[in-house]
Ligand binder design. Structure first.
Ligand code: SF4
Length: 603
């Protein structure tokens, strides 16, 4: 079989058994791989309304068809489950080198169910899968468990692990691989901890077939020279995501002191220029010619801090949103989150909320905006659920509600939102509200055109709903349909690949030519499948914290002063979104739309 290995590994942690079954190629034809194929498996593997904490609830690791080949940026992994935080889909993407190693071991996907009686590590070496007691590894930081498993199992193993935060089931515990790469957001780390699964270590000695290697390499040469190594992608290599700090801050959209301002006066101390001064090397994921990763070194409290990142979201939410402009403190906070296995976006949001509650005199957490010493204590307290960490680990929505101020929690469907304030990026209001995994910027990205390229005004909803649904990188900002096929490839967010280029790469995969329209149809099919899954599981209504769109929430100063989507326009835009999608007023896709798209399941 070309590209796919055609095999799925099933792991039952309760029984300590494994099985291998054929990959469902009919589903692969419909949903490609990555996000799409993950969703199709989740539909069948998650019984409707199943408690996400049930031992029967699966965690699925899914590769893309190009993982392990030389297709640039496409060796990523998606981890999927029904989230215990949002109650809906959580598909979380991670780079590094785990996905290609899994393909080399002979698997496209791994479906993990059950719950081990004791802490366990699963090792995979080609066809040999073993359950190893994790007594020696439980409690280890993420970098330590990777190193230990390479020493104990295989020096070339790739490891996907949880840190202490996952062991304690912190809602935003994440998975870690290659030390600095995280599958974050809504609770995969907590689920893995609940299953008593500390890590999966994989070593593969096989290859991935690409059919006609000469033709495939000729295609990739053209793609590399014409579409990858171009000015459009230079920003990612030269600066990486920190380039967004000045862009978003300049537009009045950087969350500042728990979303009380859109511009941070200390931004020049934590922007791309500041990070370039402490950058010591560049790094890349497996087979990525863009190489966006920045490795930094600085000091905090007299000690050296070294590591990859932080990325923009971390800078915005753990920096500006906490009032922190000390680059060493920010690096330290990021390092602690990485080691403990905590999603930095939620960590920053909840820390900022606790600072806000303290400064408003609602409850004293001993945390203050801009105060670095107490701030860097937070990750360890949250990961251990000790001291103030026990309450912070509730997450933003529950913490704010506990103290009678739900309006201070910036979340959508119980997922803390990313670092682009809709008051300075109107399109983000609709993209956050309608995202298929709660507050997320990776399904549609209005700030790309509103703030970075400046090709669409940021302070209007004109044309935004259409773009949020169907935009693509050749024609305005990325929208949900396009991101769905892009994340099924799985091509990295940071390559500005277009539908035309995806069509070229899908042709050798499926053995026939693809049009751009067909590429977008696959994306729309996948987005509607996600909607069906979320409806079946009981998704909350699409909404946004009111202060981010209502007129009374507008800032009084800064570049976005006086600007707000407005309640009427926001509600009209949500209604328009459903109409354009072919969904009814409750957001249920029509039979005609599902049939037109070829979605093969029904509610
Ligand atoms: S662009 Fe960056 S994050 Fe994406 S695959 Fe390449 S190195 Fe990894």
């Amino acid at each position: 079989m070309d590209f796919y290995q055609g095999r799925v590994l099933r792991i039952d942690l309760s029984k300590g058994t494994t099985a291998v079954e054929p990959l469902n190629m009919e589903w692969a034809q419909l949903y490609v791989g990555g996000k799409g194929l993950l969703l199709r498996y989740l539909w069948d593997e998650v019984p409707p309304k199943l408690d996400p904490w049930s031992p029967d609830a699966p965690i699925i690791l899914m590769t893309g068809p190009f993982a392990g080949t030389t297709v640039t940026t496409a060796s990523r992994l998606v981890v999927g489950a029904k989230s215990p935080v949002t109650g809906i889909l959580n598909d979380s993407y991670v780079g590094g080198s785990f996905a290609p190693e899994l393909k080399f071991a002979g698997y496209d996907a791994v479906i993990i169910k059950g719950k081990a009686a004791k802490p366990t590590v699963v090792t995979i070496k080609d066809d040999v899968v073993a359950f190893v007691p994790a007594d020696n590894y439980w409690g280890m930081m993420t970098s330590a468990v990777e190193a230990a498993l390479r020493a104990d199992f295989d020096a070339n193993a790739k490891v996907l692990s949880i840190g202490p935060a996952g062991e304690k089931k912190v809602p935003w515990a994440c998975l870690s691989t290659d030390q600095y790469h995280k599958a974050g957001r809504a609770g995969h780390g907590a689920l893995m901890g609940d299953k008593n699964l500390k890590a999966i270590a994989v070593r593969g000695t096989g290859t991935v077939s690409v059919g006609d290697p000469k033709a495939f390499l000729e295609l990739l040469y053209k793609i590399h020279t014409d579409y990858v190594l171009t000015d459009d992608n230079l920003w990612a290599h030269e600066e990486g995501t920190p380039v967004l700090v000045d862009v978003v801050n300049g537009g009045g959209a950087i969350p500042t002191r728990n979303w009380s301002a859109g511009q941070f006066e200390g931004a020049d101390k934590i922007n791309s220029e500041a990070f370039q001064k402490i950058r010591i090397k560049k790094r890349a994921c497996f087979q990525c010619s863009i190489s966006c990763r920045n490795f930094h070194e600085t000091t905090f409290a007299g000690e050296t801090v070294r590591g990859e990142g932080p990325e923009y979201e971390t800078i915005a939410l753990c920096g500006a949103n906490c009032g922190i402009d000390d680059i060493g403190a920010l690096m330290k906070f990021n390092e602690l989150c990485d080691e403990l296995g905590l999603d930095t976006m939620s960590s920053g949001s909840v820390t900022a909320l606790a600072m806000d509650l303290t400064e408003k005199g609602i409850h004293d957490f001993g945390l203050h905006f801009g105060e670095a010493e107490s701030y860097v204590q937070v990750p360890a307290l949250v990961a251990s659920r000790e001291g103030i960490g026990a309450e912070l680990a509730l997450g933003a929505r529950a913490l704010a509600a506990k103290y009678g101020h739900p309006e201070l929690a910036m979340q959508v469907k119980n997922l803390e939102i990313p670092g682009y304030d809709p008051r300075g990026s109107f399109g983000s209001a609709i993209s956050y509200a309608t995202s298929d995994r709660g507050g997320c910027h990776m399904r549609a990205f209005p700030p790309g055109d509103e703030l970075a390229a400046g090709t669409m005004p940021a302070d209007t909803m004109e044309g935004k709903v259409e773009q949020v649904i169907a935009g693509d990188s050749a024609n305005g900002f990325i929208g949900q349909n396009f991101s769905s096929i892009k994340f099924s490839g799985i091509w990295c967010d940071f390559w500005a690949v277009t539908p035309e280029q995806i069509a070229l790469m899908l042709a050798p995969l499926f053995g026939h030519e693809f049009s751009e329209a067909e590429v977008m149809t696959i994306g729309e099919r996948i987005w509607n499948l996600a909607r069906l899954f979320n409806l079946r599981e009981g998704v909350e209504k699409d909404d946004l914290p009111k202060k981010l769109y209502a007129s009374e929430g507008a800032f009084s100063e800064g570049p976005s002063a006086g600007k707000a989507v407005g309640e009427v326009v926001f509600r009209e835009s949500l209604a328009k979104y459903k109409t354009l999608r072919g969904w009814d007023e409750n957001g249920v896709p029509s039979e005609a739309k599902l049939a037109e798209l070829g979605v093969d399941v029904r509610l």
